[in-house]
Design a protein around this ligand. Sequence first.
Ligand code: SAM
Length: 314
Amino acid sequence: MCGSGDQMTSILEQLLSVFWLRPETAVWRYLDIEAMKRFEFEGRSLDFGCGDGIFSFIRAGGRFTAEFDAFQKTERLDRFYQNVDVYDAYDEGYNPLVASASSYRIGVGFDHKANLLRKAAALNFYRETVEGDGNAPLPFDDNSFGSIFSNIVYWLDNPADVVSELRRILVPGGKICLMLPNETLPQYSFYNSLYGETENEQWKWLELLDRGRLSDNIKQSKSDEDWREIFSSAGLSVSHHSQHLPKVIIKAWDIGFRPMFPALMKMVAGVDPVKLPSVKAEWVGALRMFADPLAAIGKINDESSAFHCYILTK
Ligand SMILES: C[S@@+](CC[C@H](N)C(=O)[O-])C[C@H]1O[C@@H](n2cnc3c(N)ncnc32)[C@H](O)[C@@H]1O
């Protein structure tokens, strides 16, 4: 996938339409797609931790109609502030409203949540979806994939074991693209810097904003040197490394529209369906005034940026 200026603008617009109630997610995903420019799927491919598949589908050039959004099936919004995954929901009415198919398909979408995999399967983008636990030995043969993408390795208990498993299932000469947090990431979390590090009770309420993210995954943040140690122990070499997601982007994302999300969902449900498309179009237009310059600033990176993007070879 190349990334000409026009293509990237249309990707940002698409992401803002799909994640209109969480525009911070759209900007993050856009910068992920930029960061992965050098990675192409080859041979049998695996999206390890594919979730609902929307990210990889858009990266592959797939497009949704303006009526679609990623919030079409959510559940338990009343428990949002107790760290419940409100997207882990599915019923037969789920319809991803694909406007145009992607330019390629991915062999296998793997995840541990059945509902997310049902959403992913509805895209007709994965040849196969496989449910399984990424913390356990993977249900795939040795040397069975030509290319693997994952942005979830840091959500798992032991990244070194997972990297070793990914190497096992990769063919010699195959490629793995991983997004992994840098050691700077925790410093950019309001919860961590104002409460986690100080234990000042005045900031305890930031738990409502963090929603378990820090304890779930920021703990796996590592320097380039430490990640490389894990790769070389697993028998993988680094063919490309870059960093993305600078401090300002993570700080904007850390709050974003997150605090108001359940209330926004209820408000949208109350909008007259006839008026909704024009409300959404105006909303996305307004978002672009902020998202476009923020995404441009997000392209300015250095070694303090919060994420690493690696392409590894076996
Ligand atoms: C942040 S989401 C990323 C999803 C998708 N790759 C994307 O970019 O939208 C993290 C994903 O990791 C999956 N996940 C978390 N722990 C897992 C595990 N132990 N085994 C398999 N998948 C897991 C979640 O279900 C979720 O879909």
